[in-house]
Design a protein around this ligand. Structure first.
Ligand code: EPZ
Length: 432
């Protein structure tokens, strides 16, 4: 448990190499179970969710060796197919092991992941697809056991282009008997990364990045070497921090076609961008950010929901008014409370937020409620006047590797401290 102490008012500027993508790493790590020999992954981000997923692989019996940002994973020694309850509770993306374990061993057992701060996050689409492919589920309380005599390819039409459901179906389909077609599949860059990795292992997949993906099941998948692509949300986060503090920033590693929707919004807010070479992006911020437009989140290629809290934070300092509609998750405005404590003018009504820009934000003591909420409070604190304390660093550490060091490297004044024990905690310790 930690808290960030931030002195605002310093520009976030300079050059920075974006780390590997959290949301590409997690399904790719689960997919390692499907390989019959060694997999080498490079450029892994060392964030809590990745470390937790590596622990799951070890817990299942895989050999996992880590050298810097490279992991060598050999699942030939897999010894179990059930995942510890606590892990699933802490990290809902462990649900991706369902498809991988079913695809490899035709059985899996884990606790149904619960919701989180941003929404209920059901897995009905995952389970309905698996049943269509031959899986049989048994629920004992919160425990979900599943097994299959045979996994058979079929056509799955997703009512919503769910990222997780698309990933889980791919993990099950690559070794299924016959052909699986996913209609209304998610088109996110993380899906493309997963498909490229599965193809490197010998999978037969076509159509990634479009709304229809075809998978021809194969008998075996071999090991592979794969570099994790840059994290487009981390890149967007740093762009927002620089734009809010008036810093000129150069980011390395981003892929142009992944950033279009985010750069479009930041351009409307007054920022200018220059691509210098294939993966060098230069941001020139305006003297004053402007708004006066509306943003709606949606499945890729629409504006990404993961950037919504960061752009809300940025718009609190933009001259004018802006409406944000959050259409993907039902409770993803938790950052508004902390931003308003810093002096922002935000009015929430259901899935819509109206932000009226203010001249300045002031430092405050605020609480992160989830990963992107915490990141949004951090960028606001960097752009505010005075000192802020942001509790709940454990949320931010799930998706950003030592963000305090990264922002310090780029000119910010920020440090991470252990949570001060509350008076009550001290009193309890005295009696123990
Ligand atoms: C992935 O979550 C990402 N997480 C999320 O990033 C991201 O916000 C989300 O995709 C959308 O892009 C990882 O990749 C680990 P969904 P996922 O299935 O797969 C509903 C972050 O901050 N739904 O596309 O859970 C669901 O309730 C995280 O990095 C069902 O109803 O997203 C939600 O409203 C947050 N039934 C919507 O679909 C299902 O079976 C989008 O969910 C599955 C989903």
């Amino acid at each position: 448990m930690g808290m960030y102490i931030v002195q605002g008012g310093r520009r976030i500027e300079g050059e920075f190499c974006v780390r590997g993508s959290k949301n590409a790493s997690l399904p790719i790590l689960a997919a390692c179970i499907l390989a019959e020999d060694e997999v080498v992954l490079e450029n892994l981000p060392f964030i809590r969710d990745v470390l937790q997923t590596l622990d799951i692989l070890k817990e299942l019996g895989c050999r996992v060796e880590v050298y810097g940002r490279t992991a060598v994973i050999d699942s030939s020694s897999l010894k179990k197919t059930d995942i510890d309850n606590d892990t699933v509770r802490k990290m809902r993306s462990s649900i991706l092991f369902l498809g991988a374990l079913l695809g490899r061993e035709k059985e899996a057992k884990l606790e149904c992941p619960g919701g989180c701060a941003i929404g209920r996050r059901p897995i009905d689409l995952h389970l309905a697809a698996f049943e269509r492919m031959g899986a049989i589920f048994q629920k004992e309380g919160e425990m979900l056991s599943c097994r299959a005599e045979k996994i058979t390819g079929t056509t799955i039409h997703l009512p919503f282009p769910s990222v997780g459901a698309t990933e889980n179906i791919l993990l099950l389909a690559v070794k299924a008997e016959g052909v699986t077609v996913i209609r209304n599949a998610a088109r996110e860059p993380e899906i493309i990364a997963l498909v490229r990795f599965l193809r490197a292992m010998g999978a037969e997949i076509y159509g990634e990045g479009t709304g229809s993906i075809l998978v021809e099941g194969v008998k075996r998948l071999h090991g592979a070497f794969f570099p994790i692509p840059a994290d487009r949300i981390e890149g967007g986060t740093f762009l927002c921090a620089a734009a809010m503090t008036g810093g000129e920033l150069v980011l390395k590693g981003l892929e142009r076609e992944q950033m279009e929707a985010v750069l479009e919004v930041l351009c409307m807010a007054g920022c200018r961008f220059f691509w210098e070479g294939s993966d060098l992006l230069r941001l020139k911020p305006p003297k004053r950010l402007v708004s006066g437009f509306a943003i709606e989140t949606g499945p890729f290629p629409a504006f990404p929901t993961d950037m919504q809290p960061l752009v809300m934070s940025l718009l609190t300092l933009a001259r004018g008014r802006c409406m944000i509609s959050e259409t993907v998750f039902e409770a993803r405005f938790s950052q508004a409370e902390g931003l308003c404590r810093m002096g922002a003018d935000i009015c929430i009504s259901g899935g819509n937020a109206l932000i009226r820009g203010v001249e300045t934000l002031h430092g405050a003591e605020v609480f992160a409620k989830d990963l992107r909420c915490g990141a949004a409070l951090l960028t606001a604190a960097l752009g505010a006047e005075g000192e802020s304390i942001i509790h709940g660093s454990e949320y931010v550490e799930r998706g950003y590797e030592k963000i305090e060091d990264a922002f310090s490297f780029l000119g910010g004044e920020i440090m991470l401290q252990e949570e001060r024990k509350t008076y009550a905690q001290k009193e309890i310790e005295k009696t123990e």
